[in-house]
Design a protein around this ligand. Sequence first.
Ligand SMILES: CC(C)(COP(=O)(O)OP(=O)(O)OC[C@H]1O[C@@H](n2cnc3c(N)ncnc32)[C@H](O)[C@@H]1OP(=O)(O)O)[C@@H](O)C(=O)NCCC(=O)NCCS
Length: 128
Amino acid sequence: MSEPELPAGEPAIRVIAMPADANPNGDIFGGWLMAHMDLAGASAAQRRAHGRVATVSVASMSFHHPVHVGDEVSIYANIVGIGRTSIRIMVEAWRRVRSGEDRDRVTSATFVFVAIDEDRRPRPVDPT
Ligand SMILES: CC(C)(COP(=O)(O)OP(=O)(O)OC[C@H]1O[C@@H](n2cnc3c(N)ncnc32)[C@H](O)[C@@H]1OP(=O)(O)O)[C@@H](O)C(=O)NCCC(=O)NCCS
């Protein structure tokens, strides 16, 4: 399989993996990464929806490489589809060992967010 390309643009989130985020072997929990991916995707979705959103689904999540304590993790969130009330976002997490320049794509998944009003009902997203 060919190497994936680093997404264009700035990451939505950049964070250093800390000991509290790891198991006793120093490998970072998948759930920690998923939480940050949800935050990154929600940030992009809220910006596009001009308001509150809820995560309605996560599809095709794959873990390609481990993350270790001390790695810098950058999470990219790019809109790949807009429905009537939903926004589909490709979220990718990339790691960089702090002392180097090599980057590996750690995880990728498609998140779907729904724009919601103050009563948590779906509301239309401006298509333009
Ligand atoms: C998000 C929520 C308000 C949507 O309500 P709903 O009654 O399912 O709304 P609808 O059936 O009208 O669907 C709304 C949109 O979501 C999409 N959608 C619903 N379920 C989906 C799923 N499982 N996967 C992908 N898209 C989905 C629909 O296709 C629709 O998109 P469109 O308007 O762009 O065509 C409701 O499901 C909800 O509150 N879920 C809990 C969200 C949450 O708490 N997330 C955090 C969990 S900790």
